[in-house]
Design a protein around this ligand. Structure first.
Ligand code: HEC
Ligand code: HEC
Ligand code: HEC
Ligand code: HEC
Length: 143
């Protein structure tokens, strides 16, 4: 058996459990949303703010930032660390549209969240933060 096949067999359970795939996987079929989001939305670079604070706060405090500044932290197949899951270190498409693994394979509407409400934004854009930043995000604000 060649090495590639052995590697695939060893790692396939890991791949199978990763429900979050990262923005790069959406690019091919949704170039326009990808382009707009990557160019114009600060959400696509949200980890920068965390990186800037890295040396000023404790590891524990840093983990407190992940739930809002990364994709899927604490959820199955979501962000774990910069080393292990670099493709999920910013808030990406799947923060709003949900884990994309199945949809990427099937290309079906039913396998991704398409109709969204502001409920999706609330865990991160809390009332407290809306006040602090004097800014309430509009539903169609990012692409
Ligand atoms: C409850 C979710 C949440 C948590 C926890 C959180 N953030 Fe944020 N952060 C946001 C949101 C949302 C914004 C965008 C502004 C807004 O709407 O409040 C933001 C904005 C920022 C910005 C950009 C400010 C600017 O004007 O450029 C920085 C930097 C930042 N956060 C750093 C951090 C760090 C460091 C931590 C951890 C100590 C952290 N945040 C924890 C949700 C969060
Ligand atoms: C901050 C939340 C958010 C993020 C992040 C986000 N989207 Fe969306 N997306 C929306 C909303 C809201 C709609 C409109 C839903 C509706 O019409 O009910 C939408 C609609 C779409 C649609 C349907 C066609 C359209 O444009 O209406 C596609 C495809 C899509 N998004 C792909 C992406 C891709 C790819 C990314 C990442 C590059 C992404 N989205 C990131 C919120 C988001
Ligand atoms: C291999 C191509 C392909 C990839 C990769 C892909 N999509 Fe799609 N996506 C489609 C197709 C095709 C549709 C339209 C389905 C239809 O009209 O029935 C669609 C529709 C959507 C919709 C609209 C759903 C609705 O209810 O209207 C959203 C949102 C979306 N995709 C997000 C994403 C995100 C996020 C990713 C990356 C995680 C992604 N897509 C990756 C092909 C793809
Ligand atoms: C998992 C957490 C999370 C969710 C869910 C989320 N956001 Fe954000 N959002 C952030 C963070 C973090 C920032 C700050 C990025 C920065 O400045 O570093 C941000 C910034 C923004 C901004 C301003 C920056 C920009 O140019 O994009 C808009 C607009 C925004 N979010 C819209 C939305 C909307 C609309 C929803 C719901 C449909 C939503 N967000 C859901 C975390 C989230």
């Amino acid at each position: 058996m060649n090495l590639m096949i052995i590697l695939i067999i060893i790692f396939s359970p890991l791949i199978a459990f990763s429900n979050y795939v990262g923005n790069e996987h959406c690019k091919m079929c949704h170039p326009q949303q990808y382009e707009n989001f990557t160019k114009f939305s600060r959400m696509s670079r949200s980890f920068l703010g965390v990186e800037k604070m890295k040396n000023k706060i404790t590891q524990e405090e840093l983990k407190g930032c992940y739930e809002c500044h990364t994709t899927g932290y604490g959820k199955k197949g979501g962000f774990v660390s910069v080393e292990k899951t670099p493709h999920l270190k910013n808030t990406g498409c799947e923060v709003c549209h949900g884990p994309g693994k199945k949809h990427v394979q099937t290309k079906k509407r039913e396998d991704i969240k398409g109709k969204l409400t502001t409920k999706i934004c609330e865990p991160c854009h809390t009332e407290e933060r809306i006040k602090a930043f004097r800014f309430r995000p509009l539903l169609r604000g990012v692409h």
